[in-house]
Design a protein around this ligand. Sequence first.
Ligand code: NAD
Ligand code: ZN
Ligand code: ZN
Length: 373
Amino acid sequence: MATTGKVIKCKAAVAWEPKKLLTIEEIEVAPPQAHEVRLKVVATGVCHSDYYVLYEDIRDYAFPCVLGHEGAGIVESVGPGVTRFKPGDKVIPLFASQCGECLLCLSDKTNQCVKNWTLADKDMKSKSRFTCKGKVIIQFMGTSTFSEYTVVSEVALAKIPDSAPLEKVCLLGCGISTGYGAAINSAKVQPGSTCAVFGLGAVGLAAVMGCQAAGASRIIAVDINKDKSSKAKEFGATDFVNPKDYKKPIQEVLMEMTDGGVDFSLECAGNVDVMRSALESTRRAWGVSVIVGWVAVKDVSTKPVDLICGRTWKGSSFGGWKSVQSVPKLVSDYMDKKIKVDEFITHTLPLEKVNEAFDLMITGKSIRTVLKM
Ligand code: NAD
Ligand code: ZN
Ligand code: ZN
């Protein structure tokens, strides 16, 4: 390609500082270094975790940066030592790496990998291939898909079939895979069980879809936005409960509805009080509650006795999927009509309207907005 080995100048949405609107800038994207791949981003979803870092995380640890971690694109060039990818390949960048060689990758107990971006906090700037106006711009989550071009590590990239529609399957880079896998892999929902899913954004609706795929016989969808009821039922929920309709705590409501608690609950709202409600909605003797919502700066609590009698409280990152090997399979499952993707997309906008996409999400008007480059 004409651009191979050269710096590419392109458009990106830059987050200069917390709690400020993203601005569209021309950035410079350096060529990929050893074991890195540069790709042209074709489409990207907007996930609540992007919003969290910009508006809700109080640590101010990753600025200036380019957000975005739910993208899909086409390989432009590869760095030295890259053998699994070539220019023209369709790919999904991954915020969860799978190097295939570390202690964690070699274990079937986890989908964590020692090369995960989240462990790279200390050298975020040295790993970045982005500059803008003379400043290094951090590549958030190692993906930075709110940019026309990005550079990623080869261990954080999945090759997908040439026939996959990038403006749809980008959502398998985070939200859908996360919620679906949290039900199947992390909660390990059993056939005939009763489940509750708290928070019905893309992640929660995908969890509902996972509970249904696992054979749950009752799926109670919980959200403070009444407009989410019909969508939840479309994805397989049997009941919808709005905590605002009750004076008593929502865990008591669910306990009564299920004669002692649900078998499995999934928290997909990103709120520590909801995490507690989700745990305490499960049956004391064997309930399993999975935290999916992303909170990095607050504590979560419950009374020890609520665990002592037999409940299990656990978390799930990227739905427990080992990323590089699983994402291509999830893309195939979508193309074989085994999982929904199109139904999550309520809005499509150009990159320039990324701030509008955040507004649509936070006011509950969208499920997922896909930004097209
Ligand atoms: P979203 O903003 O689209 O959806 C959140 C939903 O929660 C909304 O429908 C909202 O009305 C609902 N909600 C808010 N407060 C509630 C309450 N008190 N009770 C019940 N429902 C409530 O977000 P999303 O993109 O679907 O992401 C959901 C969460 O998952 C976020 O916290 C996000 O950061 C997190 N996430 C985690 C992972 C992971 O790997 N663990 C990956 C992706 C996203
Ligand atoms: Zn996400
Ligand atoms: Zn690894």
